[in-house]
Design a protein around this ligand. Structure first.
Ligand code: PLP
Length: 587
């Protein structure tokens, strides 16, 4: 036998990515004048036309409530809903469809197990094992149940690459361990965990295992029986299906013994005011009218994805990850977080030099039509582990192509180059310029507000307004380092913000605000707040309606919810400080 040696040529069936792309109308749209590059698949995947059509056909021609009607239409809807369950059972190789419960998504699936199984089985001294990689959805439900039952949470640590430290995990396991809940794939780092080994080790001490499969099911074959998973949770919307639908797989023997999670219609056998007997699986856990169209759409998504072949999908996404890791690795000062040996198509990074906030990277990539996620990715314990508050993350889906990766790499290189240049300019300016604070009171906040409003009204689109914000931020007077204390820290801003107030030197009642942030865009917002309020009296500051002003300015729709909350947090702090001065100067 002769072995050929071409490691890059894989034998797996290949994927025609352009044919795939053509099935996603959204990929032909533009963002800020650029063709869309959607790289936030770990947050949610886009939907192929086939899925949307099945959902719309269902609503337009087949909808009725299920399980109740004597009439044909209701029977049709019931059949479609139950066929969807069968499709899902085949997809994850469950022993029977009744082991697949429809939920709203991964979060609800985990909450169901925590509330039902957890409340029934956990007690003081029992232990739940989680990992540092977990999504908040696989942490908080366990904390809630631990609080109520007296159970304790133990945590599997990771190494610097982002791999679970399995040796520590094995030592954590004991007869006290009742449940291990781990993700199949980390949404923040892409680490693929060795779940089969994790499950076998847990079973050896008599513990059950819940696998959070939210990041796996769309990227590789799932076989819950081969894994011997006790519970397996995932969401439809990350699987190219609808939002608001998900699955909890559980072994029949476990689900049968668990109390219902919610009470209501459809989950009972017989109800009297003294006693209710519950329906058989799966209805026992599906109280109320379910998301029928969601289930039907999810089955369609699975049909569609299976049609491509998950091996081909995995090979394609691995190639994209390989390309992106190489291209982003070429950018000096960019540091990739998460370099595990086995990774799914997720790439997280931070800018170390120059230190660009992830918020600014995300905002600038958005202006180029590129969607990436920035923030803590619902994994704050993991961010703490790396000593960062957030990362920027690109996550690949089946429709991403090499052009998408190239566009990301080029745009990012540009972001770094601009930051380098700007940093040079700012350093120079800081060494020569002195900030002087005029003794006289500034024009009133409403007069300043009018000027700012005019300034922004003259700018026709978000890219220009963004540029204006950045320029305002560049002229922000520096905040003395000694004021950047914990007491002056404002939380909730997706950026490190410090804000302090003092009386203007030489004045008895004019307040001055000093603030800084690590994100340029937030510095821009701070500059506006400073122009409005620095040099004003407390009463004037408190009388001004800041919320209405920012709504008026029309920046709202471009500031993400977290940033808007951050703005609200800054305004709140500012008003709080003004309130203190108002009381202090009052006669
Ligand atoms: C997205 C995600 C969740 C939560 O899924 P929902 O659809 O929001 O319920 C949980 N775990 C992981 C790993 C995820 O990526």
């Amino acid at each position: 036998m002769k072995h050929s040696s071409s490691p890059l040529v894989t034998a797996s069936p290949s994927l025609d990515v352009e044919t795939v792309r053509a099935q996603f109308p959204i990929l032909a749209t533009q963002a800020h004048g650029h063709p869309l590059v959607y790289l936030d698949n770990a947050a949610s995947a886009q939907k192929p036309r086939a899925v949307v059509e099945v959902v719309s056909d269902y609503y337009l021609g087949k909808h009725a409530n299920i399980h109740r009607g004597a009439y044909l239409l209701s029977q049709t809807a019931t059949r479609l809903y139950e066929e969807a369950r069968e499709r899902i059972a085949r997809f994850i190789n469950a022993a029977e469809p009744a082991e697949c419960l429809f939920t709203r998504g991964t979060t609800e699936s985990i909450n169901l197990v925590a509330a039902s199984w957890g409340m029934q089985h956990l007690g003081p001294g029992d232990e739940i094992v989680l990992s540092v990689l977990e999504h908040h959805s696989n942490i908080v439900p366990w904390q809630l149940v631990a609080e109520r039952t007296g159970a304790k949470i133990r945590v599997i640590p990771i190494d610097d690459a982002g791999d679970l430290q399995l040796d520590v995990y094995y030592r954590l396991l004991s007869p006290r361990t009742k449940l291990v809940a781990v993700g199949h794939v980390s949404n923040a780092l892409g680490t693929i965990n060795p779940v089969a080994e994790i499950i076998a080790a847990a079973h050896a001490v008599g513990a059950l295992v819940l696998v959070d499969g939210a990041q796996w099911v769309a990227h590789g074959n799932t076989d819950v029986q081969a894994l011997d998973a006790d519970f397996y949770a995932f969401s439809g919307h990350k699987l190219y299906g609808p939002t608001g639908i998900g699955v909890l797989y559980g072994k029949r023997r476990l689900l049968d013994a668990m109390p219902p999670y919610q009470g209501g219609g459809d989950m009972i056998e017989r109800v009297t005011f003294t006693e209710t007997t519950f329906a058989e699986l799966p209805n026992k856990f599906e109280a109320g009218t379910p998301h029928i169209a969601g289930a039907v759409g999810l089955a369609a998504a699975i049909d569609w994805l299976d049609g491509l072949g998950l091996e081909a999908v995995a090979a394609h996404e691995a190639e994209l990850l390989h390309q992106a890791t190489a291209r982003l690795g070429e950018i000096p000062g960019l540091e990739i977080k998460g370099t595990a040996r086995h990774k799914a198509g997720v790439l997280s990074w931070v800018a170390v030099d120059p230190p660009i906030s992830t918020l600014d990277m995300g905002t600038q990539l958005d202006l180029e039509g590129i969607c990436v996620r920035t923030g803590h990715h619902c994994c704050e314990p993991l961010m703490d582990h790396f000593g960062v508050t957030s990362t920027a993350r690109a996550s690949f889906g089946v429709y991403n192509n090499h052009d998408d990766v190239e566009r990301l790499a080029i745009a990012l290189a540009k972001v770094f180059a601009t930051a380098h240049r700007r940093l040079g300019v700012v350093r120079e300016a800081a060494s020569t310029e002195t900030i002087d604070y005029p003794g006289a009171a500034a024009p009133s906040p409403s007069a300043v507000a009018e000027d700012i409003r005019e300034l922004f009204e003259a700018l026709p689109d978000w890219p220009m307004r963004y540029q204006q914000l950045i320029e305002l931020g560049e002229n922000l007077p520096p905040m003395p380092e000694e004021l950047k204390t914990q007491a002056n820290f404002v939380s909730g801003c997706q950026s490190q913000v410090h804000l302090a107030a003092r009386l203007r030197p030489g004045s008895e009642d004019l307040i001055e605000f000093l603030a800084d942030a690590d994100a340029d865009i937030v510095r821009g917002l701070i500059a506006i707040l400073q122009q409005l309020f620095s040099g004003q009296r407390a009463a004037e500051i408190l009388a001004f309606d800041t919320t209405a002003f920012f709504a008026d300015l029309g920046l709202d729709q471009h500031l993400s919810l977290t940033r808007r909350n951050g703005l609200a947090a800054m305004v709140q702090r500012l008003r709080q400080l003004a309130g203190q001065y108002e009381r202090a100067v009052a006669p």
